[in-house]
Design a protein around this ligand. Structure first.
Ligand code: HEM
Length: 223
């Protein structure tokens, strides 16, 4: 039987790179949108409302939002399944058992695995917190994200969860973007260096931009 593209390691890495880039694009837009919180509650809540009316009247209320949700869920699932399969393959590829102590995976590999798990858990918490309100502290109000965000960052654990997750996000994006560039065949020495710089800048800007929101609430700049 011939091996299909999907079965190959390169195929799985390509799926990881493509789904990762889709999520990265979403994150840049989400981070920039979140910064609107510094312009006050009217502007932030109006922006959240606009997210639900994109494409009207061609699209129905919330359809564009649902299309984005479906694409993101597909990207998360493809990313996680390929990551799992690649790491299983890593273990199976070893022809004999280690004689001595099993060497640990490289620092980057371990950071990516743990980072991925932390981010997966964070996304579930985040949706239950600020989209459905299930775990939200205080009275969650649909259509009033400004107040909901303030309530979240008025608890110590809200700040800890989000800030830890954003640090994990920075590390994950830094290495992930670089890996994607390798997989998609960037190639030359000078371009390698450029992509490393882009990876560092992206990671730093995303982490700082996201963390600005809890810091804004904690310092009273957003209230
Ligand atoms: C401090 C950091 C963050 C803040 C303050 C924040 C804030 C918010 C808020 C207020 C919403 C609800 C918007 C609305 O219903 O109109 C939201 C939705 C969402 N956030 Fe974040 N976010 C943060 C970080 C992240 C990160 C790092 C990710 C991904 C890893 C993420 C993924 C999402 C997703 C997927 C949704 C959409 C849920 C849905 O409506 O289906 N967020 N965020």
């Amino acid at each position: 039987m011939t091996r299909t593209m999907w079965d190959s390691s390169v195929g799985k890495k390509t799926v990881m790179a493509a789904s990762g880039l889709i999520m990265l694009g979403y994150l840049v837009v989400h981070m920039l949108g979140n910064l609107k919180i510094f312009f006050g509650s009217d502007e932030f809540n109006h922006y959240a409302h606009w997210l639900r009316t994109i494409g009207e009247p061609f699209l129905h209320y919330e359809w564009a939002l649902w299309i984005i949700r479906v694409v993101l869920v597909a990207a998360v699932v493809a990313h996680a399944v390929s990551a799992y399969q690649l790491s299983r393959r890593d273990i199976r590829a070893r022809p004999t058992k280690y004689v001595h102590k099993k060497p640990r995976a490289s620092y980057a590999t371990r950071t990516m695995r743990w980072g991925g798990i932390i981010l997966g858990l964070f996304i579930v918490w985040h949706i239950l917190d600020l989209t459905t309100g299930t775990v939200h502290p205080g009275g969650f109000q649909h259509g009033h994200p400004y107040q909901n965000v303030i309530d979240t960052f008025s608890t110590w654990y809200g700040n800890v969860i989000y800030i830890v997750a954003m640090l994990a996000l920075g590390l994950h994006v830094r290495h992930g973007f670089w890996s994607a560039a390798q997989t998609l065949g960037v190639g030359s020495r000078t371009r390698d260096r450029a992509f490393k710089t882009i990876a560092n800048v992206l990671a730093l800007v995303l982490t700082a931009g996201f963390i600005a929101v809890p810091v804004g609430v904690m310092t009273g700049v957003v209230s």
